[in-house]
Design a binder for this molecule. Structure first.
Ligand code: NDP
Length: 458
């Protein structure tokens, strides 16, 4: 940072939003010697820590016990009495853990010498931010405000919960309905089904998880249905009404379902309200996200943005990677290559989990021309004794000409854990011959990824 800049502005970087991306950018920039402030009006750690990834994974663990108790019998375990689930214990333990994480985030910022300011910030001009009645000037302003749940309008839509509220319900919903067919919908349908709710998922299209590999989608549908989730496709919620015993949800198909809670998992929108960016004429994309270049600069170059507000993959590790790149671009002397968004692995924590990296079979057919598909569906060894009917899908997509593995997909226990390792190989551009030359770990499910020898189809 030049002498002039330091003298001219209160801060070298003013970050709006202390979520995953904002905190990482603030800490990393401060480590280069930059003077950094962060404004946050809600909670430290953003969506991921407070109402997203972290509590979701904790609840997913809780829901998995349902299967574990059922599986235990075949291994000789006899439970003295039928296990009983207590929502309040899970919810309150979760609250305690999130508080602990909030504290860690606060200490990380403090330790890095970043000033934390409580309040919703408003951008006044290219170098000025107002928060909690105070104006701050900054050489660069980073908008890292994330997204906010979107609920479509229909009669009674105000009765639907969003992922912001669903974790902290006062009472456990014995009958639960999720609207949507994306990550959040399938994850929460699995969670509440596992915890013991009579669960319905309503999706407007013919099959949920649009954009994922078709075989993965169909396999997941069958597995979720086998676990007892009531799936309703090609229908939508027409209205919700309060009735004596809960909520009556009328579907466009005419069916009426009575439930205790409705979760709208119908996507998220950039959380730009009240930020003042519209007055500055900052360019948005067609979807209403902030448009940024590969240096994360908006159309007003002193105003930067990253994470969910920019409309890329809405994933914490992406925001973290963007933060590191942003700081390298703006606060270090060494030039940095743009972030590579290809082959970003992802997991969906429905039950069973989905892990995926690279191209779906459909994308590979369109992009590569000739491909080889190696797929296997099997009953995991654990379930030979458990009696569970749960199955596992593993699938590799290979570009026929180069032999490079361009996609790997799994639906099964701990799929995210398995695919994280495979993702390194896919990102490195390894070939099917490299996979074949890798000696497996026995007995695991994951060894299937290195023992698939015969193409299932081309
Ligand atoms: P998604 O965008 O993934 O899914 C939204 C769903 O709602 C889609 O099925 C969409 O249908 C449907 N929908 C949208 N508008 C309407 C409407 N008007 N009426 C009925 N249905 C509608 O959003 P989510 O809310 O599930 O999650 C947001 C993002 O958060 C995800 O995309 C993901 O990036 C991230 N996330 C990641 C997780 C992870 O990594 N495990 C977990 C949770 C969230 P259609 O497909 O037809 O458009």
């Amino acid at each position: 940072m030049s002498e002039t800049t330091a003298a001219q502005y209160d801060w070298d970087l003013f970050v709006i939003g202390a979520g995953s991306g904002g905190v990482r950018a603030a800490r990393t920039a401060a480590a280069t010697g930059a003077r950094v402030a962060v404004a946050e009006d809600r909670y430290l750690g953003g969506t991921c820590v407070n109402v997203g990834c972290v509590p979701k994974k904790l609840y997913s663990y809780a829901a998995h016990f349902h299967d574990a108790f059922e599986d235990a019998g075949g291994f000789g375990w006899q439970l003295a009495e039928a296990p009983r689930f207590d929502w309040a214990t899970l919810r309150d333990n979760k609250v305690g853990e999130i508080k602990r994480l909030n504290g860690i985030y606060g200490r990380l910022l403090e330790g890095a010498g970043v000033r934390l300011i409580n309040g919703r910030a408003r951008v006044i001009d290219a170098h000025t931010v107002e928060v909690a009645g105070e104006r701050h000037s900054a050489s660069k302003i980073l908008v890292a405000v994330g997204g906010w749940p979107f609920v479509p309008e229909f009669p009674g839509s105000e009765l639907a919960l969003t992922s912001n509220e669903v974790f902290d319900l006062a009472h456990f919903p014995e009958r639960f309905l999720v609207l949507g067919g994306g990550y959040i919908a399938v994850e929460f349908a699995s969670i509440f089904n596992g915890l013991g709710s009579d669960t319905h998922l309503i999706y407007r299209g013919e099959l949920f998880l649009r954009g994922f590999d078709q075989q993965v989608r169909e396999f997941t549908r069958d597995q979720m249905a086998a676990k007892g989730v009531n799936l309703h496709f090609e229908t939508n919620v027409e209205r919700i009404e309060r009735v004596e015993a809960g909520l009556a949800v009328t579907l466009t198909s005419g069916e009426v379902l009575e439930v205790d809670a409705v979760l709208a998992a119908t996507g998220r929108r950039p959380h730009l309200e009240g930020l003042g960016l519209d007055a500055l004429g900052i360019e948005l994309t067609e979807s209403g996200h902030l448009r940024v270049n590969e240096r994360f600069e908006s159309s007003l170059p002193s105003i930067l943005a990253l994470g969910d507000v920019t409309g890329g993959p809405e994933l914490t590790p992406v925001a973290l990677a963007e933060a590191m790149h942003l700081v390298a671009h703006h606060f270090s002397e060494t030039p940095t290559a743009p972030l590579d968004y290809r082959n970003i692995a992802t997991a969906v924590f429905c039950h069973p989990n989905i892990g995926t990296v690279g191209l779906s079979e459909e994308q590979a057919r369109a992009q590569c021309g000739a491909i080889r598909v190696y797929a296997t569906e099997f009953r995991p060894m654990k379930h030979t004794l458990s009696g569970s009917q749960e199955r596992c899908l593993m699938k590799l997509i290979v570009d026929d000409a180069s032999d490079v593995v361009v996609g790997a997909h799994m639906v099964g226990e701990e799929a995210g854990e398995v695919i994280q390792g495979i993702a390194i190989a896919v990102r490195a551009g390894l070939t099917k011959a490299d996979f074949d030359a890798t000696v497996g770990i026995h007995p695991t499910g994951a060894e299937e990824f290195v023992t698939l020898r015969t193409p299932t189809r081309r």
